[in-house]
Design a protein around this ligand. Structure first.
Ligand code: PMP
Length: 364
């Protein structure tokens, strides 16, 4: 008998999931992949060796469940972040996506509302709806910035239980002032998540929202090892917040959610933080080179404090995306009219992107 596979619509799936689209950054094995804001530099050799040793050690006890409280790792994160943070203020999971999911499982859910300011990280609405919460897309200024007053007003109006401030923002690269964080915090009784996934690429002298944590028990600062630490494949994200808020996350996480191998790898990598972060300056230089070169090619880059650049002036984003693809360069069409986003690569990758773009006649 011929087997006909069912479609989603045939299944007794939750009504609130019907019609949703999964996260869908295209995956393609092209020579130059500048599409998902990875760090395109591999982990330095000497660190890789040390990580391997730690993993080998952990493997000897792999018959046992790992430390459910990942104590050594939380201590390593507290050391790395500084600001007087202690391990009881730290949490971690398999990527900051899972960190955000834990937050939403504890503080969003059915009958509750999560707010973010579009365009922003595309996983926020998916994660929020995954818990049964409603997603509200707030607005930004035309240049993608947020003002304290504008953000606070929208927060109060939405009556949101969870507010996302992506700082700096993906996919636009836009910085978010600490005055915006303070104003949004005052405007809600809910949880305020400052997603600092790209914080290490911001100017060094800029203050992190970590400096606002004291006396703000509803404030969360999330980070990831995927970007500056070149650790995307290991899946390690973390957050800092009040110890009580972290206790709430213990209610929703799966027991032993961080494998012994992940804990060993991440703790070892954090022991080499300065070496792991060695490439950040070089990536920032390539980002600035992209921003400085694009106007000469007829495009308008937006200010970026991240490892990527969103640029406008693209006549037909789908056509330019495809023309670059055909030249072996994968970037990202984030669905914003007239714009495309590119991750800063190594010097050679960045040159390949700029040369390929220069060879396409598509600036508006
Ligand atoms: N936050 C932002 C703003 C991101 O851009 C990303 C990844 N692109 C993440 C969180 C999730 O990263 P990860 O799960 O790899 O830590």
């Amino acid at each position: 008998m011929e087997r006909v596979s069912a479609t989603l619509d045939d299944l007794p799936i939750r009504d609130d999931l019907r019609g949703l689209k999964p996260y869908g950054a295209p995956q393609a094995a092209l020579p130059v992949a500048l599409n998902v804001n990875e760090n395109t530099h591999p982990v330095p050799e000497e660190v890789a060796d040390d990580i391997l040793d730690s993993i080998a050690l952990a493997l000897r006890d792999i018959n046992r469940y790992p430390d459910r409280e990942f104590t050594a790792l939380r201590e390593a994160f507290a050391d790395y972040l500084g600001h007087g943070l202690t391990r009881d203020q730290l949490w971690a999971a398999n990527g900051s996506n899972e960190v955000l999911q834990h937050l939403l499982q504890a503080f969003a859910g059915p009958g509750r509302t999560a707010l973010g300011f579009a365009p922003t990280y595309s996983m926020y609405p998916l994660l929020a709806r995954g818990t049964g919460a409603e997603w509200v897309a707030g607005e930004r200024e035309p240049d993608y910035t947020l003002t304290p007053q504008g953000a606070a007003e929208q927060t109060a109006e939405a009556g949101a239980d969870v507010v996302f401030l992506c700082s700096p923002n993906n996919p636009t690269g836009t910085p978010v002032g600490l005055d915006v964080v303070e104003a949004v915090y005052e405007a809600t009784d809910g949880i305020v998540i400052v997603d600092e996934a790209y914080a290490e690429f911001a100017p060094r002298e800029e203050r992190s929202a970590l400096t606002l944590l004291a006396d703000r028990p509803r404030l969360v600062v999330s980070r990831t090892m995927s970007k500056a630490f070149a650790f995307a494949g290991a899946r390690v994200g973390y957050l800092a917040a009040d110890p009580a808020l972290i206790d709430a996350l213990r209610l929703v996480r799966l027991p032993y959610h961080l494998s012994a191998l992940t804990q060993a790898a991440a703790t070892a990598a954090l022991g080499h933080a300065p070496t792991m972060l060695r490439m950040v300056d070089e990536i920032v230089a390539q980002r600035d080179r992209i921003s400085a070169t694009l106007p000469a090619l007829g495009y308008q880059p937006h200010e970026s404090w991240t490892n990527f650049v969103l640029f406008g002036g693209v006549d037909d984003p789908a056509a330019t995306f495809q023309a670059l693809y055909d030249r072996g360069v994968l970037i990202r069409d984030v669905g914003l009219p007239g714009q495309l986003r590119v991750t800063a690569g190594t010097e050679d990758e960045t040159t390949a992107f700029l040369d390929a773009l220069a060879s396409i006649d598509s600036a508006a």
